[in-house]
Design a protein around this ligand. Sequence first.
Ligand code: NBP
Length: 493
Amino acid sequence: MSSQEAVGDIGLIGLAVMGQNLILNMNDKGFKVVAFNRTVSKVDHFLENEAKGTNVIGAHSIEELCKKLKRPRKIILLVKAGPAVDDFIKQLEPFLEKGDIIIDGGNSHYPDSNRRMDELEKKGLLFVGSGVSGGEEGARYGPSLMPGGSDAAWPAIKEIFQKTAAQTDGEPCCDWVGQAGSGHYVKMVHNGIEYGDMQLICEAYHIMKAILGMEESEIADVFERWNKGVLDSFLIEITRDILRYNDKDGKPLVTKILDAAGQKGTGKWTAINALDLGQPVTLIGEAVFARCLSSLKAERVRASKVLGGPQIAPFEGDKKQFIDDLEQALYASKIISYSQGFMLMREAAKEYNWKLNYAGIALMWRGGCIIRSVFLGDITNAFRKNQNLENLLFDDFFNKAIHKAQPGWRRIIAQAAISGIPTPAFATALSFFDGYRTAQLPASLLQAQRDYFGAHTYRRLPESATDEFPADKDIHTNWTGRGGNVSASTYLA
Ligand code: NBP
């Protein structure tokens, strides 16, 4: 095949829902895409149907795909995460040359992307692991793209990525995230935050239904109103529409759906990583556990017959005030969730030696993806004002917002507890907030307990500048007079 045939700007492997839509999107933006798929018959089917009349080029083998691409070759994989990605990388390698770029756009776990970049760079190839969010519609009309990996790849893919991504306020929802698996890491945290946002909305729905006795259509009206204020977001918008969707008998479809939540694992990965890095990302953790609890449907039904709770009396308070409080509770909890998410990314950057672009991350999430919201514009501004912001809660805007929300937030959680309505995400957000703003926690007692039973040692608070116990000295006390003076080796959680 002559070099004249190397006309493709980018190749894409994987003609399922995401791949097909992303190809059509890139084609609309003026790029020539070469398409390939494991089941090769899908290539011709795609060209004869969805891609008919476009500039998309088909390839019927990996070799043909590579020959049809301009150098440096850029090939996006949009296939099932896991071994399929490694298989395709292996198949591509013999047909690639130094400087060519393999981009994995699937939902890969970031350690796999770390490994793939290392392996490919050793062979002179470049690797990008890119989070892609926004589902089918995002892929077709503008997803949020979160690329990270070999730094040298960014200049070569920047134009294609930024033109293909969603645009918000004139800016692309795509920027370079950082090194190695950081793109997939940021996508993982995005998905974790998505779990949290969804759980918070479900708790607000539950409270309106159970405490205020509201019907779905009335709750939809509340979500519609909230969508015009600080909570303006894709997830609030679709919740409004879901609550208004009626089944054939005219009853809301949502009331007929089995209340057992599924999950694909990215929320769990985020929570596990938070535990590994010792970061209190409690809201995402609770959101994952809430899905686990929901899935114990049969057991919950049995428990509901033997475990009593308070009787919920008809609500006699100020309903408007209560709904306003609920909006503030949702907003404040969301601020906590994002604060925790950014704490986690900051720690990951330290641990994995990445330079993360926090304002850029918030901007990438501002449009195109499932957690897109006006709120993310405020987070972008906070990090643009101060790149080294220690925590979102230290930013003036969010500090004021959370103080304003606090009284209503507390009233909602108190009322839910009194009524026996579970609010794992609202409540953990408030507990985190109260813990974070408390200078002296009861962990002194905990340290004493650990030293008492396991000689794990503790450190003393300095009493004065000339304190005989320096702050970094590990001390063991013989609490009972029976133990010896030997202490356990120290370790930090
Ligand atoms: P799927 O995740 O359903 O994957 C389908 C593609 O993977 C097809 O091209 C299929 O080829 C190929 N494939 C499979 Br399945 N097993 C393979 C194997 N062992 N070797 C080689 N190819 C294999 O498609 P999708 O829903 O379009 O998602 C693509 C990627 O994007 C996934 O990683 C997904 O997690 C991620 N993602 C999806 C969404 C979404 O909303 N769907 C959103 C964001 C990210 P075949 O045609 O020959 O079977």
